[in-house]
Design a binder for this molecule. Sequence first.
Ligand SMILES: *Cc1c(COP(=O)(O)O)cnc(C)c1O
Length: 370
Amino acid sequence: MKTVPFLDLSAQYVAIREEIRSSLEEVFDSVSFVGGPFVERFEEEFAIFCGCGYAAGTSNGTSALWMTLLCLGIGQGDEVITVPNTFIATAEAITFTGARPVFVDVEERSHTMNPALLEKAITPKTKAIIPVHLFGQPADMDPIMEIARKHGILVVEDACQAHGAQYKGKTAGTIGDAGCFSFYPGKNLGAYGEAGAVVTNDPQLADKIKILRDHGQSRKYYHKVIGWNGRMDGLQGAVLSVKLRYLPAWNEARRKNAEHYSSLLSDLEEIILPSEMDYARHVYHLYVIRTRRRDELKIYLAEKGIECGIHYPVPVHLQEAYRQFGFLKGTFPVAEKCAEEILSLPMYPELTREQIGYVAAELRNKLRLS
Ligand SMILES: *Cc1c(COP(=O)(O)O)cnc(C)c1O
């Protein structure tokens, strides 16, 4: 039996092994293990890649979101709007500032924030909106920005799944007041450990984050504010600098893989394929189909050696951890319906045409046989 893993990090590592090893050796030789020149170099390169003024490396994507909200002055008594179908970290970052997360349902085709529902969720306490560029596709930023500006509300993009994605030609993460990225190993740009970044065009915000992430100091042992340890380490900076050079080609490979899946599956009536919105350049962090027969298909594919994922099986408002807020089932019908129907097929740049062909053939088999 063939097997197709959901994600294959070693396929990528073997392709760049020599470069990675020599860059890691530079870090060992210079013993710059936390912050320092390798992190600074990556920050400069990543800001250029995104086409924005500043990037600040952080310990991970969750801390990037949390520290950004803190530096924007968000805390107790405030409300921050986001979507219920996201990785829990988006909501955790809000909760851990002391603010209250408020959810807005998503638009069915894009799985991202439905701007038509946004204004109704705004109250005098609303301080920020966090649209999530889920699965590699930006949310519809123009109407979100327009509503936010009209009400004087900040916008922080959760671009943790959207490195290099574009919205009307602008790079995801650079449209709002700040954009937050995760470099968790499986992301489109993945470190070899934990890492994240905040990008912004606001030099003061960039400075604040760099101070907050380093115990509130800009000069060693002189602490201006009560900070935190949210730094990126040197080894991750060096790995990310090497991998960033490949990101455009890797994103292109993901797009080709998505196109190939879609061409092989487009005639299946029981499956809704992912759509690339007119405004977007999707970078397919995940290739997510929808089907009423999700659970049965997932089991069948697993029996055939094909590993799939569900991102995410329970929307945040229905998670046990968020039960205290008292959300009822049915509050966000689109996110809830999607959670029951979504299935993430194997997706990574090194996936072969043969593997995609095998996944598609098995999906067709199951749907034809029953
Ligand atoms: C991965 C991810 C995060 C958190 O990033 P970490 O680096 O794992 O802390 C936040 N939001 C979304 C949408 C993510 O996919």
